[in-house]
Unconditional design. Structure first.
Lengths: 455, 352
C-alpha cells in the first residue's frame, strides 16, 4: 500500500489552562532520563518554561527571580505521559472532570494525557470536541489531548467525520470501552485514516467470547461462579485487527493489553512490519486474578486482571519493547456504583495517582524491572501519537517530575485528587511519592506539605 | 464476637463435623411433640431474600423459630439489587432493628460478604449468585452421613449444569473437605474451565458412573437450552439423565430440588428408596438450626441442647472406629464393599 497520498498529520494540539512559565533551579536531584543518557546527581535549571541548563551538583546559579528547590534525595524524571485516561466529561462530572482528572494526573507525575471519547455525549462530532478543548484551556492542569470516536455514538457501524474531527484537533480515534466489532467497519476506518492522518487506538475484545463475563476466565472464576472473560476474547481481536491494519497499511495502537496471547499477537504483527503499538496498565503488570478473590469491585476492570502467566508475559513484553508504553486506563466510577455486587458494578479503576508508585514498589524494588526502563515506558506513550517525547535535554519544553523514592504512603489514606476513589491499590503501602510536576513548561503540581510522609 | 458463614471455603473439616454433630442433636428436638428449644430467645434473625426460594427461606425461618428467635423476613420483588434502594441502604436500614443474624439470598456473587461489611450482625450466605450455597452443602453432608455413617472415601459424582450451579460449587468444596472423591460430569459447555482447581475430576460422559457411591444430580434449567448451552433437553436427558438404567442398586441418589422430572432425573429414580431427596429437605431445618446455633449461641454456657451434641459426637466417634468399620470393611481399591442393594442404599438402622 502506497503511503504517498496519505495525509501528513499536522502537529498534534494539546490544551491546558494558562499558567506562568516555570523558572526553577532544581538543585541536587538524581537526574534520570534514559534517552538523554542522564543518570546521576545534577542541577536542572528551568527558564521560561524550558530546560535551560543541566549541570553538575552545585554548578548552576539561580538567576534573579528564579525559585530554587533543594531536591537532594529526590529523583528528577522527564514527566510521564498517559495515553489512556477517562475524564468522564461531558456527562459524568460527578465521577471526574477536566480539572480534577488533570490534577490527579499532575499529582501522579504526568506531564500530559490523552482523554478517551466514550463520554455522554460521545466525542463524535467536532462541536463536542471543540467545547471540550475550550474547557481544557480554562481548567486543565496538564496539557490534554482529546481522542474522538471511530464510529458515531460508538455504535460500531457508521464512521465519524474523522477528517473534520482531525482538523478540529482530535489526536487519534478510538471506540474505547467497546471494540470495533465488525472487521469490515475497522477496515473502512483504516482506509479513511489516510484522510484523517491519525492513529486508531483499539479496545480489543470479542463480545461473543466475553459474553456476560465479569472477571478473567480461570481458576478464580471457576471458584466464584462468576462468568469469565477468556484471554482469547482479547487476543483473537488483536490478531484480527493487526491483520486488517497490515492489509490496509494503517496505523493502530492496541490499548490495555492483558493476556499473554495478545502480547504474542502484537509481537507477531510487529515482526511482519505492521505499524502497531501497544500499551499496558500498571494494574495488569502488578495484580492478578488472585487479587479478585474477595470480589473487591475496585479490582473489577476491563480487560480483567488475569493469571500470573499473563502478568509475566506483560512484564516481558514491556521489557523487550513489544509493548511500547504504560497507560493507566484511569477509569473513575461513582462510589455507589462500585458498592454494587461485583457482577453488577461497573468496570474500571483509577490509576493516575498510583501508576509510578505501583510499578516502582511492585516491579522495580523487587528487581523485576529497572528504574530506567519503567521511566522510559512511562514517558513513551505520547510519541506513538505524534507528541514530542518528554526529556531533560536542554532546550526541550520543561516536563519534569520530582519523585521521592524513599517516601512510603498508603493509597487513599489522605484521599485522592481524583473525584473518585475506586483505586485497585487502595489501602496498599507503596513507595515513591511525586513531590512536584512541571507539565508543558509550567508547574502543575506541588505536593501539599501536609500530605507528605517521609519514611 | 461477630460470626458469619459466607463460604464453605472458610470451614475446616472440624468445623463441619461440629455442625453435623449439632444438627444430630437438634434432630432429636425435631422428633418431639413440641419442637422448640429456648436457645436463641430474644435474638432476631433477619431473612433477606432477593431471589425466589421456597425450601431455603422456609427452612431458615423454621430453624430460627425452633430455636425461639424472633424472625423478620424481607423479600425483594424481582432480583435487581440495583433498582430502587441499594443493597447497602436496605441492609443498613434493617440493621437498625439490631438483628443478631442476617440470612441473605442474592442473585449476585459476593453479596453476603457485602452485607457482612455493612451490618454489625452475623451473616449467613443462603446462596449468592452462582457462587455458593453453603448451608445446602452442609445439609447434603448431614443427610449422606446419616444414611451411610461416614463420608471419608465416598465416591461422589455431581452431574449436570455445574457452570450455573452454586450448589455444585459448595458441594465440591464440602465433599472434598470431608474426604470424598469428587467427580463432576456434564456437557462440556456447562462445566467451567479450571473447575478441577476446586479439588474434583471432570468427565463429560457418564460412562464411568458405575464407580460412584453417590450420584448428586443438579437441576437443569430450561433457559440453558435457549442460551444454546445444550442443543435440546432431549439430547441432554438422553446423555445425562439419571434413570433406572443408570442408577445402580448400590448407589445413593441426591438432588437439591426442585426436580425437573424427566429432565435430569426420571420419575422412577425420584421415587426409589435410593433417593435421599426428601431427607435432604428434612435435614434442611436441623442443619440450619445447627448453623444458627453455632454462630449465635455456641461458646455460651453449654446447657440442654448443647450437651446432647456431645453425646452425638461420642456416638459418631464410635462409628468411626467401631461399628461402621465392621459393617463397611476397607478394601484397597474400593473402600466400600457392599453388595448391591445393601447397607449404603438401605435406610439407616438405629445408630449405636
Amino acid at each position: 500500500m502506497s503511503t504517498a497520498d496519505r495525509r501528513t498529520a499536522a502537529a498534534v494540539e494539546f490544551d491546558a489552562r494558562p499558567s506562568p512559565a516555570a523558572d526553577l533551579l532544581v538543585r541536587g536531584a538524581h537526574l534520570l532520563d534514559p534517552r538523554a543518557g542522564l543518570d546521576g546527581p545534577g542541577d536542572l535549571l528551568l527558564r521560561d518554561g524550558r530546560i535551560a541548563q543541566v549541570g553538575a551538583p552545585g554548578a548552576l546559579e539561580a538567576p534573579d527571580g528564579c525559585e530554587e528547590i533543594d531536591a537532594s534525595g529526590l529523583h528528577a524524571f522527564p514527566a510521564f505521559f498517559d495515553p489512556h485516561v477517562h475524564l468522564r466529561t461531558p456527562g459524568r462530572e460527578d465521577e471526574e472532570d477536566v480539572e480534577s482528572g488533570t490534577r490527579a494526573a499532575a499529582a501522579g507525575g504526568f506531564g500530559g494525557i490523552l482523554a478517551m471519547p466514550n463520554t455522554d455525549p460521545v466525542v463524535d462530532v467536532a462541536p463536542v470536541l471543540l467545547s471540550l478543548r475550550e474547557r481544557a484551556r480554562t481548567e486543565a492542569h496538564v496539557p490534554v489531548g482529546f481522542l474522538a470516536a471511530i464510529t458515531r455514538a460508538q455504535s460500531g457501524t457508521e464512521l465519524t467525520e474523522m477528517a473534520e474531527l482531525a482538523d478540529a484537533g482530535a489526536v487519534a480515534f478510538t471506540d474505547d470501552g467497546l471494540p470495533v466489532r465488525s472487521a469490515g467497519v475497522l477496515r473502512l476506518a483504516l482506509q479513511y485514516q489516510r484522510l484523517a492522518g491519525r492513529p486508531l487506538a483499539l479496545h480489543e475484545e470479542d463480545p461473543g467470547l466475553s459474553g456476560p463475563g465479569a472477571m478473567h476466565e480461570g481458576a478464580v472464576s471457576a471458584l466464584l461462579g462468576v462468568a469469565g472473560i477468556p484471554s482469547i476474547s482479547e487476543s483473537t481481536m488483536v490478531a484480527r485487527d493487526a491483520a486488517v491494519a497490515g492489509y490496509e497499511g494503517g496505523q493502530v495502537h492496541m490499548q490495555h493489553l492483558s493476556a499473554r496471547e495478545s502480547v504474542e499477537a502484537v509481537e507477531h504483527a510487529k515482526a511482519r512490519g505492521v505499524a502497531v503499538s501497544a500499551e499496558v496498565s500498571p494494574h495488569h503488570l502488578t495484580l492478578t486474578e488472585d487479587d479478585v478473590r474477595a470480589l473487591d469491585t475496585a479490582r473489577k476492570m476491563n480487560p480483567p486482571l488475569r493469571a500470573q502467566a499473563d502478568r509475566h508475559a506483560l512484564i516481558d513484553g514491556l521489557r523487550s519493547g513489544v509493548i511500547d508504553c504504560v497507560a493507566t486506563d484511569h477509569a473513575p466510577h461513582a462510589r455507589e456504583e462500585k458498592e454494587d455486587p461485583f457482577e453488577l458494578a461497573p468496570m474500571g479503576t483509577t490509576g493516575l495517582e498510583t501508576a509510578f508508585a505501583a510499578l516502582y514498589t511492585e516491579l522495580v524494588l523487587p528487581g523485576v524491572l529497572g528504574l530506567e526502563l519503567v521511566v522510559e515506558r512511562l514517558t513513551a506513550g505520547g510519541a506513538l501519537f505524534g507528541v514530542a517525547v518528554p526529556t531533560l535535554r536542554p532546550e526541550a519544553e520543561a516536563n519534569v517530575c520530582l519523585v521521592d523514592l524513599e517516601a512510603r504512603w498508603t493509597v487513599g489514606e489522605t484521599g485522592y485528587q481524583s473525584r473518585s476513589d475506586n483505586s485497585c491499590f487502595a489501602g496498599r503501602e507503596l513507595a515513591g511519592r511525586v513531590r512536584l510536576t512541571v507539565a508543558g513548561g509550567a508547574v502543575a503540581w506541588r505536593e501539599p506539605a501536609t500530605a507528605s510522609s517521609t519514611a | 464476637m461477630k460470626r458469619s458463614l459466607l463460604s464453605i471455603e472458610d470451614l475446616a473439616r472440624a468445623d463441619i463435623e461440629r455442625i453435623l454433630d449439632r444438627a444430630e442433636s437438634f434432630a432429636e428436638v425435631s422428633g418431639r411433640a413440641i419442637k422448640k428449644v429456648p436457645a436463641l430467645r430474644g435474638r432476631t434473625v433477619l431473612n433477606l431474600f432477593y431471589e425466589a426460594s421456597t425450601r431455603t427461606s422456609s427452612s431458615f425461618e423454621l430453624a430460627a423459630k425452633r430455636l425461639s428467635a424472633d424472625t423478620v423476613s424481607v423479600r425483594a420483588q424481582g432480583s435487581a439489587v440495583d433498582k430502587g434502594e441499594s443493597l447497602k441502604d436496605t441492609v443498613q436500614t434493617l440493621s437498625a432493628y439490631d438483628p443478631a443474624l442476617v440470612v441473605i439470598r442474592s442473585p449476585w456473587a459476593g453479596a453476603a460478604e457485602l452485607v457482612a461489611r455493612w451490618t454489625p450482625a452475623g451473616v449467613v450466605n443462603a446462596g449468592d449468585g452462582k457462587r455458593e450455597h453453603p448451608t445446602q452443602a452442609l445439609l447434603d453432608l448431614y443427610t449422606l452421613w446419616r444414611r451411610v455413617g461416614r463420608l471419608d472415601g465416598l465416591k461422589v459424582w455431581i452431574v449436570g449444569d455445574v457452570l450455573h450451579s452454586r450448589v455444585a460449587r459448595s458441594n465440591i468444596l464440602a465433599f472434598a473437605r470431608m474426604g470424598c472423591e469428587v467427580t463432576v460430569a456434564g456437557p462440556p459447555t456447562l462445566i467451567p474451565r479450571e473447575i478441577e482447581s476446586l479439588g474434583c475430576r471432570v468427565r463429560s460422559s457418564l460412562d464411568e458412573l458405575g464407580e460412584a457411591d453417590v450420584i448428586y444430580a443438579l437441576r437443569m434449567q430450561r433457559e440453558r437450552m435457549e442460551e444454546a448451552f445444550v442443543p435440546s433437553l432431549r439430547e441432554y436427558a438422553e446423555r445425562y439423565q439419571i434413570d433406572a438404567r443408570r442408577l445402580q442398586p448400590h448407589q445413593i441418589l441426591m438432588h437439591p430440588g426442585p426436580v425437573n422430572r424427566g429432565v435430569e432425573l426420571s420419575a422412577q429414580v425420584i421415587d426409589s428408596p435410593q433417593a435421599l431427596i426428601s431427607q435432604q429437605v428434612e435435614s434442611g431445618v436441623v442443619v440450619r438450626m445447627a448453623v444458627l446455633y453455632e454462630l449465635l449461641a455456641s461458646g455460651e454456657e453449654e446447657e440442654g441442647v448443647a450437651a446432647s451434641a456431645t453425646t452425638a459426637a461420642a456416638a459418631r466417634a464410635r462409628d468411626a472406629d467401631g461399628a461402621v468399620a465392621e459393617r463397611l470393611p476397607d478394601g484397597s481399591e474400593h473402600p466400600i464393599e457392599v453388595a448391591p442393594g445393601e447397607h449404603l442404599a438401605a435406610p439407616a438402622g438405629p445408630r449405636p
